[in-house]
Design a protein around this ligand. Structure first.
Ligand code: GLP
Length: 235
């Protein structure tokens, strides 16, 4: 696992943008695993800039997002589908049919998890996976627990996660308690992984990169990945 430190969020966006642009250039129909949260925003802004400048073509790119809140429709402003549409997809020439986010409103969430795994397997896995990290070390919504998760699954969110994410909701009581998340297995099977983190995550990044590999710090699994890069912004 390679740790790169950069000055600030802008530089993080550009550094990650270079990796994404190179990967898309090399394989125009690449499957990108995408993430939400505030940390990836400078990367998405960088990708939009490159597209507008004529340097990137998303027409064949396929995307699978890591996670979605259970119970929020894609039209809800706090849903991850809405986040992706607003912050990336509607600004680039990606075919909306090629963008995938778990359906948090599916009638049967277990079936939806199985469908999502089959979708990713049908793509032949993920070419380049973007990750953020929760303050407790979660990736996607894989919360600290006694065992690493495998496939896509429903999860009860940790109190720390509910609290951290309540800043986006008008009423903290509205924060969903449950989510669907891609499991550690498909994340680890991605051919290349890029994790982005801001300075407020320096402590948990140190644990993930240098500490024991443990499901109590889900991001520590990346130590076992052959091509994982962590980009940490220092301010
Ligand atoms: C949420 C998402 C994670 C993300 C995390 C950190 O919990 N499910 O995928 O990494 O938030 O978000 P931020 O970048 O806003 O700190």
């Amino acid at each position: 696992m390679k740790l790169i430190t950069v000055k600030n969020a802008d530089e993080m966006g550009k550094y990650a943008g270079d990796i994404f642009a190179e990967a898309i250039g090399a394989k125009p129909d690449i499957v990108l695993g995408l993430a939400t949260g505030s940390t990836p925003l400078p990367l998405y802004a960088d990708l939009i800039r490159r597209y507008e400048a004529g340097g990137l073509d998303f027409s064949q790119v396929r995307t699978v997002n890591l996670d979605e809140y259970a119970g929020l429709p894609g039209t809800h402003e706090q849903s991850y589908r809405y986040f992706m549409d607003e912050n990336l997809f509607r600004h680039i020439n990606i075919d909306p049919a090629n963008t995938h986010v778990p359906d948090g409103c599916a009638e049967n969430l277990d079936d939806e998890c199985a469908r999502y795994d089959a979708l990713i397997d049908g793509f032949g896995g993920i070419g380049l996976q973007l990750l953020g990290i929760g303050r407790n070390g979660h990736i996607g919504f894989n919360e600290p627990s006694g065992a690493f998760s495998k496939g896509t699954q429903t999860v009860l969110l940790a109190e720390a996660t509910i609290e951290a994410n309540s800043r986006f909701f008008a009423d903290p009581a509205e924060v969903p308690r449950m989510a669907i998340t891609m499991g550690i297995r498909h994340i680890m099977l991605a051919r290349k992984i890029v994790m982005v983190a801001g300075s407020e995550k320096a402590g948990i990044i140190d644990q993930a990169v240098n500490g024991e590999i443990t499901p109590l710090v889900p991001a520590s699994a990346l130590q076992m990945h052959p091509d994982a890069t962590v980009i940490l912004a220092l301010e």
